[in-house]
Design a protein around this ligand. Structure first.
Ligand SMILES: *Cc1c(COP(=O)(O)O)cnc(C)c1O
Length: 383
């Protein structure tokens, strides 16, 4: 096979600030397991930046979602409403702890959960709604929170894309009783593998600490609130090493620099592809005026599946790695076990066949950007 050299990868992790120094410091501190100084600094910084009551770093967003599933106390038969157009973990975390997933379609404009479909999916068994702020553009949280509270349902925001995004001036992740973040290397801020559970309902904090610490009250022990720690509840091990937290803290401290760069890249794509998109019936992302996005992703909605595939392989030949995104979960092998086709999610299916994501990472250069944009503009639509 002819191997094309990669000129512009889809994603690439990079050093932004003090990562290396902090890692050395973590080791020299003599505490590289979980909940060391760097973990605490990350948590405090995020609590302040996002105005949430409690942040607990976790080993991944998947694990933060699993903690959330344990914290809402699912009983057999309980249902959780999740978008079909999302990452597997958004649903797996709840299914793993006994929930039946109920798939909801997305809006064709923001690709977020379509809040107008919520009411018909809610019944006595509905325990939670899990909005995903796709591409870091806020879901319609006013409507979602209203419907949830009038039906006594928990809201858990999967905010893996949306760190520092806002909805009507308020941080994404600060609306639901809980929210989750990812620090996987494909997100805006990362430490390789990592995540966080954001807790807005104070009554959940103590149990969250116990579940995260193997079911023990070790956190209270370290704060001097109890004189020994014991087995208190179910739990597991969701603490990341302080070495990872050290890397992450350096990244979070460069919030403005990172977000500024990503905004520049996003707007470069938008400005340079606007006219081209218009003339070929390609749609660019839509950001409602009341949403401040997180600049996580730039995508094109190409007119057909065939055109999308042709554009991906054309770019690949030029060394540019563009990628598709989620396959609808309701039609996946596992989703079908839970009712699959019963769920009517035509927008999810349509979008999944036509979406194409462009390279977006923190040290993508302007040279590379103009190469990507010019290559796209030269795409031959008669493929
Ligand atoms: C990346 C991602 C996750 C999973 O994050 P991990 O930290 O890798 O577990 C979950 N949900 C969404 C929407 C994601 O994009």
């Amino acid at each position: 096979m002819n191997k094309t050299t990669i000129r512009v990868p889809f994603n690439k992790p990079s050093i932004i600030g003090n990562e290396i120094n902090y890692i050395i410091e973590a080791i020299q501190n003599g505490h590289i397991s979980g909940d060391g100084e760097f973990t605490k600094s990350c948590q405090t910084l995020l609590e302040k930046q996002l105005e949430v009551k409690k942040v607990l770093l976790t080993t991944s967003c998947t694990h933060a979602l699993e903690m959330a599933a344990l914290l809402i106390g699912l009983k057999p038969g309980d249902e959780v409403i999740v978008p079909s157009f999302t990452f597997v973990s958004t649903v797996n975390a709840f299914v793993l702890h006994g929930a039946k997933p109920v798939f909801i379609d997305i809006r064709p404009d923001t690709l977020n959960l379509d809040e107008s479909c919520l009411e018909k999916l809610i019944n006595r068994k509905t325990k939670a709604i899990v909005p995903v702020h796709y591409a870091g553009i806020g879901c319609e949280m006013d409507a979602i929170m209203n419907i949830a509270s009038s039906n006594g349902i928990a809201v858990i925001e999967d905010n893996a894309h949306g760190l520092y995004g806002k909805y009507r001036g308020r941080s994404l992740g600060s609306f639901g009783c809980m929210a989750t973040q990812s620090f996987h290397e494909t997100k805006n801020f990362y430490c390789g593998e990592g995540g966080a559970l954001l807790i807005n309902d104070p009554s959940l904090i103590e149990r969250a600490e116990i579940i995260r610490e193997k079911g023990t009250d070790r956190s209270r022990f370290f704060r001097g609130q109890v004189d020994r720690y014991t087995w208190r509840d179910i739990g597991s091990s969701y603490l990341p090493s302080d070495i990872l937290a050290a890397f992450l803290l350096a990244q979070l401290e460069e919030k403005n620099k990172v977000q500024h760069t990503r905004k520049f890249i996003w707007e470069y794509y938008f400005d340079h592809l606007c006219e081209w998109a218009e003339s070929y019936g390609v749609k660019l992302p839509f950001v409602p005026a009341h949403c401040e996005q997180s600049y996580h992703m730039f995508y094109l909605l190409v007119p057909s599946y065939e055109a999308r595939q042709a554009l991906i392989s054309y770019l690949r030949k030029l060394g540019i790695y563009s990628v598709f995104h989620y396959l609808p979960l309701h039609l996946s092998a596992k989703g079908r076990e839970h009712g699959g086709n019963e769920f009517d999610c035509p927008v999810s299916l349509d979008i999944s066949e036509r979406i194409l994501r462009l390279p977006l990472y923190n040290d993508l250069t302007e040279d590379n950007l103009s190469y990507v944009v010019n290559s796209i503009r030269k795409f031959d639509w008669r493929y």
